[in-house]
Design a protein around this ligand. Structure first.
Ligand SMILES: [Cu+2]
Length: 131
């Protein structure tokens, strides 16, 4: 990753924090708009699809033991892992299926992605804010 990319990512994380303070998300905005989906009832629900995208650019959950429910709105196989924690949890879905896993996360900023070749670069990457 280039230095310029890191700078861009850092700025977009700051944007995520700013957005998290608002109850409304930036739905329907231009392509660069971020949406942040908070966990509900302690479960973080993430939806992927065959356009190689997640249903939000950012997610938010409380620190501790985190439950992630990953559903595929599509048919191709997709996965969900957390950068640097790939050995601890790998969710895999296909044909409209759902996979659920738990992982213990300290407060911080993480990156979620699909580890199938080509999918992360194709757009299956999102931020996860753990507070
Ligand atoms: Cu994928």
């Amino acid at each position: 990753m280039t230095h310029a990319n890191r700078q861009r990512r850092r700025r977009s994380v700051i944007g995520l924090v700013a957005l998290a303070g608002l109850s409304a998300s930036a739905c329907g905005g231009s392509g660069g708009g971020s949406t942040v989906v908070p966990a509900a009832d302690g479960v973080l629900r993430i939806v992927g699809d065959d356009t190689q995208d997640f249903n939000a650019d950012g997610y938010q959950i409380a620190a501790g033991e985190v439950t992630i429910e990953y559903t595929l709105d599509g048919f191709q196989e997709h996965t969900l892992v957390i950068e640097g924690r790939e050995d601890e949890m790998r969710l895999a879905v296909e044909n409209g299926g759902t996979d659920t896993g738990t992982i213990t996360l300290e407060p911080g900023r993480y990156i979620l992605y699909c580890d199938i070749a080509g999918h992360r670069i194709g757009g299956m990457e999102a931020r996860l804010l753990v507070e």
